[in-house]
Every structure is written in structure tokens, then in C-alpha cells.
Design a protein around this ligand. Structure first.
Ligand SMILES: Cc1ncc(COP(=O)(O)O)c(C=O)c1O
Length: 396
């Protein structure tokens, strides 16, 4: 039977890394996958993670299975981190969290739960978005409706268009939202716009699913979490998928959470039980190491301070690379004002380059980014920024 299997296309993001590895040019640049790199092009283990691991090495006594919902110490700490420990939904016992294998695992469990248990059939997803969003919800069986999110000409969020299209959403629909540092555009809603969106969700009876993969990459954990806290206060129900891949640099530990907020505390146990049922058939129970690391750090104020400082350092290096790139592109031959790159948030720059320009950068210069023109800014360094800007200038 396998002779009939068609070859799957390369993943639009991870496939780029494979092509990059095979490229033998010494000046190649990888701006594809959203992974933080330091000035030397390395994705380092955070010092705070090393510290936590050294404690775990001494104290860990078992590698037995975790429960389906993961490590409860970890999930409690993460709920407090996301919502703030005094949040009304925590006090009212309206929020529950399970540990999941990364943001991807959380999205898949959420999708199965919404589709198979709650009978949701339609999800609204921003255009553009992270490519895997479309693949995950399509695989589960959802009808996907894309809402316009971004105005390419002005390099800005198009909130008016987004809102007017979302007015077509119907009761029972799901709305996928990026909590902060929208991937790929780096354009986020203001708190006032979030508040308008909350009103829209209530009016249309739409349930939002917040995908939170870059918390702390705009202004810091507390500031970036404001959106979740405000929405959780005003909305009766919502879901939050959270990933620690980027902000703890724990990519290969596959560590994240899925939280559900129910209108009444009475509905919580059933919702969590069904989420666990979905997780059981997907991966049975989550891996422990990442959860132990994060729990170790979040429960120790000195380690927590260290984490915030390292996250700040990553955020600031990315911001300084944005600045250098804008400077290096200042006198480009097409006279394009690239200053918008400095206003984008998070790991990516949505450059506005066309597929043809992206292809030329890859073929002629060994510079890899997604076809959408999204660059992972952390792949830029003092040593390659001039090469990158010169190459972009040549393909403009
Ligand atoms: C918007 C968004 N959501 C979710 C994820 C998945 O994160 P993880 O690697 O933890 O599965 C990513 C990763 O790039 C992302 O960009």
C-alpha cells in the first residue's frame, strides 16, 4: 500500500531549515524559523534554565509518568503567571489549566476539544497567520474563515477591516487571536481595540482562543499579559494556549499549557475532563522535564528575576537588530522607507518583500526567509546585517 503514498511537501517553515542546512555557502543567513539566536548565531540554553536543571539533577527522584493534565505545581504557577494571581477568574475557580507539549500540542488539544466535544465547526483565523494554525484546524475538520488583519501598503494592522469581517461571525464560532507579537506581521491591537473586540465577541457569542507564543517579547511578561487579563475579566468564556518554547528558550522540551475559562465554576471540571480525554488519545501524558524546569524557576523569586533579565536581553537584542537593519537599508535604491520594521513587535519582521524577491534572496545570496517575506530578526547579527541589507537592496 505504501507505493501509493504521495510525497508530502516540505513544511513552509521547518522545511526552510532543511534547505538552509544543505546550503554550502559560507555567508548564508537563516531568517526562517522563529528561534532566538545570539550574536554568534547560537540558540543558547538560558543560564537560569541551567541553574534550575542543576537543582533538578540533585532532587529528581523518578521518571514515572505524569498525570494526563501534567504537573499540577507547574500548571498552577503558569495560571498565576498568565492571569496574575489575584485575578477574579482564579478566585472564582473558573479557570483550569493542563500541561501540553508546546504551543502546537495545546492548539491541537484545543481544536479536538472544541470540534469533537463542543461541536464547534467554524474558526476565524487572521490572514496572514502562522502557517501551522491553518494546518492544525483543517486536519481536525474545522471550516476555516480567514479575516483580513493587515494592510500591506501601510505596514499596519487593519483593525477596521478585521472588525467589519468579524461581524459576520456567528454564535458558536471560534475566533483565533494572537495575544501579542502577532506572527508573522508583528502588528498587535491596542488595549482599546482589544476592548472593542471583547464587545464584539460578547455580541456575536463567539469564543476566543488566545495563542500566546511570544509573551514577554514586546515589553515584558507583565505588560504583555495585560491583554489576557483584561479579556479574562470581561469575557464569560475563553481558551488560552501558551508556549514556553520562545520565552524560556525551551524549544525542544515541548512545554506549554492550555487553559480554559468557563462562565461558571460548575462547568470547569467537565471541560477539563474532556480536554484530558483528547490529550490521552493524542500523546497520553506530557513530558516532564520542561515542566519541572519552569516550575523550579517560577517558584523561586531569585530565579524568576534572572529569567526576566534574560528575556529582556533577548528582547533588546532583537530590537537593536531591527534598528541596525533599518539604518543599513536607509539609502536603498527603491527609496522605500523601512522604518516600519522598528515598530513591529516580537521575533519577526514582516518585510513586505514579494515571493520573487524572497526567492532571489535564497537562490542568489543564501538568505532564507518564508515566502511571505517574514524574517526572523533574531537571525540577524552585527556581522551579517550589512550583507543582508545589501542583498535586499539588490533585489528591490
Ligand atoms: C503563533 C505561534 N503559535 C504557536 C507556536 C508553536 O509553538 P511551539 O513550538 O511551542 O509548539 C508558534 C511557533 O512558532 C507560533 O509562532
Amino acid at each position: 500500500m505504501f507505493e501509493k503514498t504521495p510525497l508530502a511537501p516540505l513544511d513552509p517553515i521547518l522545511g526552510l531549515s532543511t534547505s538552509y542546512q544543505q546550503d554550502t555557502r559560507s555567508d548564508k543567513v537563516n531568517l526562517g524559523v522563529g528561534v532566538y539566536k545570539n550574536e554568534q548565531g547560537i540558540t543558547p540554553v538560558l543560564d537560569v534554565v541551567k541553574k534550575a536543571e542543576s537543582i533538578l539533577l540533585k532532587e529528581e527522584v523518578s521518571k514515572s509518568y505524569l498525570p494526563i493534565a501534567g504537573l499540577s505545581r507547574y500548571t498552577d504557577l503558569v495560571t498565576n503567571l498568565l492571569l496574575g494571581q489575584d485575578h477574579a477568574v482564579i478566585k472564582a475557580q473558573r479557570v483550569g489549566t493542563i500541561q501540553v507539549p508546546g504551543g502546537t500540542g495545546g492548539l491541537r488539544v484545543a481544536a479536538d476539544f472544541l470540534f469533537h466535544v463542543l461541536g464547534a465547526k467554524r474558526i476565524w483565523i487572521s490572514r496572514p497567520t502562522w502557517a501551522n494554525h491553518l494546518a492544525i484546524f483543517k486536519t481536525v475538520g474545522f471550516d476555516i474563515v480567514e479575516y483580513d488583519y493587515y494592510d500591506k501598503a501601510s505596514h499596519q494592522l487593519d483593525f477596521a477591516k478585521m472588525k467589519s469581517q468579524l461581524q459576520q461571525a456567528q454564535s458558536g464560532d471560534i475566533l483565533l487571536l494572537h495575544t501579542c507579537c502577532h506572527n508573522p506581521t508583528g502588528a498587535d491591537l491596542s488595549l482599546e481595540q482589544w476592548s472593542e473586540l471583547v464587545d464584539l465577541c460578547r455580541a456575536q457569542q463567539v469564543t476566543p482562543l488566545f495563542d500566546t507564543a511570544y509573551l514577554g517579547f514586546h515589553q515584558g511578561i507583565e505588560q504583555d499579559a495585560q491583554v489576557l487579563r483584561m479579556c479574562a475579566e470581561k469575557l464569560p468564556e475563553m481558551l488560552i494556549v501558551n508556549s514556553f518554547s520562545k520565552n524560556f528558550s525551551l524549544y525542544n522540551e515541548r512545554i506549554g499549557t492550555l487553559s480554559v475559562i468557563t462562565e461558571s465554576a460548575d462547568h470547569l471540571e467537565a471541560a477539563l475532563s474532556q480536554m484530558k480525554r483528547m490529550a490521552r488519545v493524542l500523546y497520553s501524558n506530557p513530558p516532564a522535564h520542561g515542566a519541572l524546569i519552569v516550575a523550579q524557576i517560577l517558584s523561586d523569586s531569585a530565579l524568576c528575576d534572572m529569567w526576566h533579565a534574560e528575556l529582556k536581553m533577548m528582547r533588546e537584542r532583537i530590537a537593536s537588530m531591527r534598528h541596525l537593519l533599518v539604518q543599513a537599508l536607509a539609502n536603498n535604491k527603491a527609496g522605500i522607507d523601512f522604518s516600519f520594521i522598528e515598530h513591529q513587535r516580537g521575533m519577526f519582521s514582516f518585510s513586505g518583500l514579494s515571493v520573487e524577491q524572497v526567492t532571489r534572496l535564497r537562490d542568489e545570496f543564501g538568505i532564507y526567509m518564508t515566502d511571505s517575506g517574514r524574517m526572523s530578526v533574531a537571525g540577524i547579527s552585527q556581522s551579517n546585517v550589512k550583507y543582508l541589507a545589501d542583498a535586499i537592496n539588490q533585489v528591490l
